[in-house]
Design a protein around this ligand. Structure first.
Ligand code: IMO
Ligand code: MG
Length: 423
């Protein structure tokens, strides 16, 4: 059986998953996205050039790798097309390198409008979504009035479905949002165009992956978002609308859990969150600003300022436990260079350590208990060996291993591929 590895985020997204994927792709045949949509913003810097992927799996820059988009992903075809066109000069044979499942639900233009309408209606209780139509699309899937990519292969049936669905959407758009109703004929024109364009990409993704594993192919599963943004395991309601922990993998691409040999979890050396919701170790004012500046913490999808704070071990342990993670990657360690003292939250006050397991509604009320560790002043971006890191940086890594009980196999110390330390 081929080797297969899954990579998921353990915090609130933006952990640097794409860096880890890019690194692990060296030894992979397939890279597979299994959930989420263009709310993801995965940044890879290769040969001095920065690429941000939203739907295209981060393995695309490696020539011999096939990239797959599993049925658990919600596909904004228009956004996908834009990404493909942007990459054409870098990846000339891109059409033959990507397969999209016919089972993916389509993010329709009205989903994006509805995303904004719901956010407005919630006022101060808004989630701070990415506005990419993710929630409304997954809701329509559950309501059984979504449209799958496969429906683009038969426009007569697609039209029939839209005849049923569109009046419902128009009711919502006009009554909740004061928007113009969508015209069926106009929408069908757009769908026809997109149908012709996407047809060559459509394929049987679950079968391809399972056949590949039978033939000893190595498969890398690329999570988007994170455990703490998972609809079931995250800080509900401040979450995304898919299972963005490891649990989403099995539903999202039709693979038996036993076929995943290693589950990697990615954590930054500190924490960030974009959008609303609880964040126990958040730093405010100048302290937050300093960390944001040091880590260039601005959203890759929306450009929003990310909220920043110290590493949160109770939250991390919860994420590890609820996704059976067995290997860690620690990213952006270089950002902590220059701090005289580095804090790690090792506990919450009182008996709240298991607040995420027991009562996430109380997360807002807890206070972090910090361990303070001496920092280092050296620039570590050009170091490639653990032993050459300043002692204080080594101690930080060892402490995270001790507190989580997991091995850290990769540490990243800069945005480029080479800026990695293997342990
Ligand atoms: P990657 O894959 C960080 C957040 C949004 C919002 C909440 C719901 O790059 O780590 P949605 O648009 O999904 O309905 O928004 O989830 N969010 C992310 N935050 N990184 C992401 O993806 C995110 N995708 C969604 O900011 O708080
Ligand atoms: Mg991101």
């Amino acid at each position: 059986m081929g080797n297969s590895v899954a990579v998921v985020g353990l915090q609130w997204g933006d952990e640097g998953k794409a860096r880890v994927i890019d690194f692990l792709t060296e030894t992979s045949d397939f890279v597979v996205r299994f959930q989420g949509g263009s709310n993801a913003g995965h940044t890879v810097v290769a040969n001095g050039k920065k690429h941000v992927f939203h739907l295209i799996p981060s393995g695309i820059l490696h020539d011999n790798v096939k990239c797959m988009i599993g049925p658990g992903v919600v596909l904004d075809v228009w956004s996908f097309k834009g990404e493909i066109e942007n990459l054409k000069s870098t990846v000339p044979n891109i059409e033959s390198r990507i397969k999209v499942s016919a089972g993916c639900h389509l993010v329709m233009p009205y989903h994006k409008t509805l995303d904004k309408i719901y956010e407005n209606l919630k006022g101060d209780a808004k989630l701070g979504t990415t506005g990419r139509g993710i929630g409304p699309c997954y809701s329509d899937r559950a309501l059984r009035h979504g449209i799958k990519v496969g429906s683009l292969l038969n426009l007569a049936i697609l039209r029939e479905r839209l005849e049923t669905i569109l009046p419902i959407q128009n009711e919502l758009l006009t009554k909740l949002g004061d928007e113009k109703a969508v015209d069926l004929d106009e929408l069908m024109k757009e769908m026809e165009e997109i149908a012709n364009w996407i047809t060559p990409f459509i394929g049987d993704v679950p079968k391809t992956i399972n056949d590949g594993l039978d033939k000893d192919k190595s498969v890398l599963f690329e999570g988007a978002q994170s455990v703490m943004l998972d609809i079931d395991y995250g800080t509900y309601p401040f979450v995304t609308s898919s299972n963005s922990s490891l649990t989403g993998l099995f539903a999202g691409c039709g693979v038996n859990p036993k076929r995943v040999n290693e589950a990697w979890g990615v954590t930054k050396a500190y924490c960030t969150r974009v959008g609303e919701g609880p964040f126990p170790t958040e730093l405010f004012g100048q302290e937050g600003e300093d960390l944001r500046t040091a880590g260039h913490e601005y959203g890759a999808t929306t450009g929003r300022k990310r909220r920043c704070g110290w590493l949160d071990i109770p939250a991390l342990k919860y994420a590890i436990e609820s996704s059976s993670i067995n290997v860690l990657a620690l990213t952006k360690l270089d950002v902590l260079s220059g701090y005289e003292t580095i804090k790690i939250c090792i506990d919450y006050d009182g008996d709240n350590y298991r607040v995420f397991h027991n009562n996430p509604d109380n997360v807002d009320k807890i206070k972090p208990v910090y361990l303070e560790m001496p920092g280092w002043t050296e620039n570590i971006e050009d170091i490639r060996d653990f032993d050459k890191l300043p002692q204080a940086a080594q101690n930080f890594i060892l402490k995270v291993e001790e507190l989580t009980g997991l091995p850290i196999k990769l540490v990243t110390i800069g945005a480029s591929r080479e800026q990695s330390i293997l342990l």
